[in-house]
Design a protein around this ligand. Structure first.
Ligand code: PXL
Length: 267
């Protein structure tokens, strides 16, 4: 039977990140995708492609999740992307408690350019306190890893491993702490830790520019693989290959950044 994954995520209108990326990635991996939008991001071409950000009413977030749960016989895995505000985080945490989805992958998107810095701190705290404890697997980037682990800087693989251990100790069963290319190893390097296995996952870096949607693609691919029954570590390994393909086949447009394309991955 076709597996079903739900993305609780923001809309990034151009299709390069957020919920649009999530459902494309699910689809490419043979998983049926559905969404609950948490916010709407519209880049502003007249203002350096800055983020215009609108939050979705918490009741509407609730209703969207209720709709998918009501229609589909089973949601096999959930991916949580950008939530944006403490109010949204509360609504999503309530839904996770109500529905007890079998697998919850959290991509802890902490900062969006369109938000007030003060509001971002509230958002970080709410995410850490309310959603992190409900996740089965979390995929923080280097900055988010520092924030969630409560460490000042991460410049070595050992520090990244230590931070992954700290996040696991907060009660998250599996952690994929992503340094990407930022440790200067010439590779895209992430650390997986689940309380038993500590593994460095490394692939050759594809170029040096950051590609929009790579993090969303990674977490969505992990979600799809978990929905199909993969073990967390194997889901992360496969997801990295999906991201390599999505970056190798990236799209170039009029924005000063490229964006990931999932459609060439064949497994
Ligand atoms: O890539 C992070 C991200 C996630 N979700 C949404 C976004 C972005 C970045 O632009 O807009 C909705």
């Amino acid at each position: 039977m076709t597996k079903i994954a739900l993305a609780i995520a923001g809309s990034e209108a151009t299709g390069g990140a957020g919920a649009q990326t999530d459902i494309k990635t699910f689809h490419q991996l043979g998983v049926y995708g559905c969404t609950a939008l948490t916010c709407i991001v519209s880049f502003d071409p007249a203002n350096d492609f800055g983020h215009r950000f609108v939050q979705i009413d918490p009741q509407v977030i609730h209703d969207q999740i209720e709709a998918s749960v009501g229609v589909h016989s089973q949601i096999d895995a959930v991916k949580i992307g950008m939530l944006g505000t403490p109010t949204t985080i509360g609504a999503v945490a309530d839904a996770l408690k109500t529905y007890q989805f079998p697998q919850v992958v959290l991509d802890p998107v902490l900062i969006c350019k369109g938000q007030e810095p003060g509001a971002a701190l509230d958002t970080d705290n709410a995410l850490r306190e309310q959603v992190l404890p409900l996740a089965d697997l979390v995929t923080p980037n280097l900055f988010e890893t520092q924030v969630l682990a409560g460490v000042d800087e991460i410049t070595t693989v050992d520090q990244l491993k230590d931070a992954a251990r700290r996040i696991h100790d907060h009660g998250v069963p599996a952690v994929l702490a992503k340094a990407g290319t930022l440790l200067g190893t010439g590779t895209a390097l992430d650390v997986f830790y689940d309380g038993q296995t500590m593994e460095v996952l490394e692939v050759p870096a594809v170029g040096s520019e950051r590609v929009s949607g790579a993090g969303c693609t990674l977490a969505a691919a992990i979600t799809a693989e978990l929905a199909k029954g993969a073990e967390p570590l194997q889901a992360c390994r496969t997801a990295k290959q999906v991201v390599v393909s999505a970056i190798e086949n990236r799209m170039h447009g009029k924005a000063p950044f490229d964006y990931a394309y999932q459609g060439c991955y064949t497994g």
